[in-house]
Design a protein around this ligand. Structure first.
Ligand code: 9MR
Length: 548
């Protein structure tokens, strides 16, 4: 007789009051029984096995060498005596090579619950973050829970709350920082907020049928293209591929056209002489999305050629040697020209006519005013934007539009800075458009935003793309309705501006469902995780239908 084991989970959830309150135990038992495969009858009941008994608490005080933090990336973790720490003991994280290198904890047991994380840090890094990573529908997202401006010789605390979706897998909580100096942790703790429910595994997403939705791209076709940002993983799922081709006629690769996907470090450093002025490139990462766009009638916004982020540091060094000196201006101008040439020529040769616009330079304005002192700025100098657009114009196919792209570009000071540094590029005839990233929230004044679009057009004569729209709201009373109203008004005003002569030629949302968003904890997009439509989607449709 064939036998199989069946585990039946029985929940009993106890009520807890607030974050950080004493956690009452939660009984989670698995009963193991033995069942006949032929009859389905239960043959034998084995003793109950207690699977989970308590709401989880993780963390360390680092008062001695016994700690549960694990290393993330290349780092070394070491207990260290530290006078500045509350109990004179701390964790030192050193040998960091990437922003995400740090200390981490498995946080699987927080699935489906809100957590509160708290930590105390010191570092020469200007900021340290507690972040969480998890995967939903094969798409991994990284979100900040809390961050703090750290000092080198005394500890600073931070704390934050975060809801881990119940369909999340591989949940890891970690400490990181953009710069690579050591980080010291005095203590860190992670607790459940409110009621605790134990989800032993991710609850799979059940996608809804989206085939009867009105189509954004069709509704807006007289006015401009409607786009979305993608990742290769999303294109493995039919509910997504069907929805994308029904709703959108433009696509931006969220990551795979960026320099860190395209530049081939191994090949370049294997023959530095050969690649000295023209770093090797590879295009494997971007082909799947380009194929999808071509095969389904979407055009592509190429994102992005020059950026301070997601661009490997080695590109900027003499002989590509990070330990050494930065490369000189002439070398970097050649590397810039050849990179732009190679990317544009490969794209046009393999996917003729598909990429209709390029974000040539991304985020060159500094939040504190003026130009960002990026490695491009440091190596080439302050005309690097002009140079980049000059090369882009030289190698771009005739009808490919060249854009500058930035966030908060509707804010007065940033806008004035951008206008100042784009003016010579406009005068040289090397730029066509202004990309408004538009990572905004429901408190941003729509009239201020629209006035900024008008000004880019009036002052520089540029065409406008909204390139990365998402509108954060976060959950709370009537959050879906309030966000929906905002999307509706935003799109109505965009359409009005378009009618009044501002050449807005596309609006791209930065992702498809809230789960895929880089800001997933604030639910900023127009579809829910199961692809059901939010009032935000209906708001976009109503805006165009009501247009007078
Ligand atoms: O969506 C992108 C996300 O998956 C990456 O982790 C992130 C890393 O920098 O970049 C995101 O896209 C950014 C875009 O390229 C430029 N504007 C800001 C976007 C959100 O960070």
């Amino acid at each position: 007789m064939k036998l199989k084991k069946v585990y039946a989970f029985i929940h009993s959830v106890l009520m807890l009051t607030a974050c950080g309150s004493a956690q009452a135990p939660v009984q989670e038992t698995a009963q193991e029984s033995t069942v006949s495969e032929e009859t389905g009858e239960e043959l034998l009941s084995l003793a109950d096995i207690t699977e989970e008994t308590e709401a989880p608490v993780i963390g360390d005080t680092f008062s001695d060498e016994n700690f549960s933090a694990e290393k993330r990336g290349t780092v070394i973790l070491r207990y260290t005596e530290d006078e500045a720490a509350s109990d004179k003991g701390a964790l030192r994280i050193f040998n960091r090579n990437n922003a995400w290198d740090g200390a981490q904890y498995n946080a699987e047991k927080f699935r489906g619950n809100e957590l509160e994380a708290e930590g105390s840090f010191r570092s020469a890094n200007p900021d340290v973050r507690i972040s969480v990573q998890y995967t939903i529908n094969d798409n991994t997202t990284y979100n900040t829970i809390a961050s703090v401006n750290t000092k080198e010789d005394s500890y600073s605390k931070c704390s934050g709350k975060y809801f881990i979706p119940k369909n999340a897998e591989n949940i890891i909580l970690y400490v990181e920082s953009d710069r690579l100096e050591d980080i010291y942790i005095d203590d860190i703790s992670v607790k459940v907020c409110g009621d605790y429910t134990y989800y032993p595994e991710a609850v799979p997403t059940e996608f809804v049928n989206t085939s009867d939705y009105p189509s954004l791209k069709d509704e807006y076709k007289e006015y401009f293209r409607i786009g979305t940002a993608t990742t290769p993983n999303l294109l493995d799922k039919e509910p997504y591929t069907e929805l994308i081709k029904a709703q959108y006629n433009s696509m931006t690769m969220g990551n795979s056209f960026k320099p860190d996907s395209i530049l081939d470090h191994n090949k370049t450093v294997r023959d530095v002489e050969k690649y000295m002025y023209s770093p090797a490139v590879k295009f494997d990462a971007v082909k799947k999305e380009l194929d999808y766009a071509r095969d389904n009638g979407l055009t592509v916004r190429g994102h992005t050629l020059l950026w301070h982020n997601q661009t490997p540091e080695w590109l900027f060094y003499k002989n590509y040697n990070i330990g050494g000196e930065l490369a000189d201006r002439e070398t970097m101008l050649l590397r810039m020209e050849n990179y732009i040439k190679n990317v544009m020529e490969w794209t046009e040769e393999n996917y003729p006519g598909l990429v209709r616009a390029w974000d040539v330079v991304n985020e060159a304005a500094d939040d504190g005013g003026g130009m960002r002192k990026s490695l491009w700025y440091q190596t080439v100098g302050e005309d690097y934007i002009e140079q980049a657009f000059k090369f882009a114009r030289k190698y771009a196919p005739e009808d490919t539009k060249l854009f500058y792209n930035d966030y908060n570009s509707y804010q007065t000071r940033k806008q004035n800075d951008i206008i100042t540094f784009l003016r010579p590029v406009v005068e040289a005839g090397n730029i066509d458009g202004m990309g408004m990233q538009s990572h905004i929230n429901v408190d941003i004044s729509i009239s201020q935003y629209m006035a900024a679009l008008q000004k880019y057009y009036d002052e520089l004569g540029l065409e406008i793309n909204v390139t990365e729209l998402d509108v954060c709201r976060g959950k709370g009373d009537d959050w879906q309705q309030e966000q929906g109203e905002y999307y509706k008004e935003f799109m109505s005003e965009i359409l009005k501006l378009r009618k009044n002569g501002v050449p807005i030629t596309s609006v791209t949302l930065w992702g498809i469902s809230d789960t895929d968003s880089w800001l997933s904890s604030t639910y900023p997009l127009i579809f829910n995780d199961d692809l059901s439509r939010k009032p935000a989607f209906d708001g976009m449709i109503e805006a165009v239908k009501n247009l007078e």
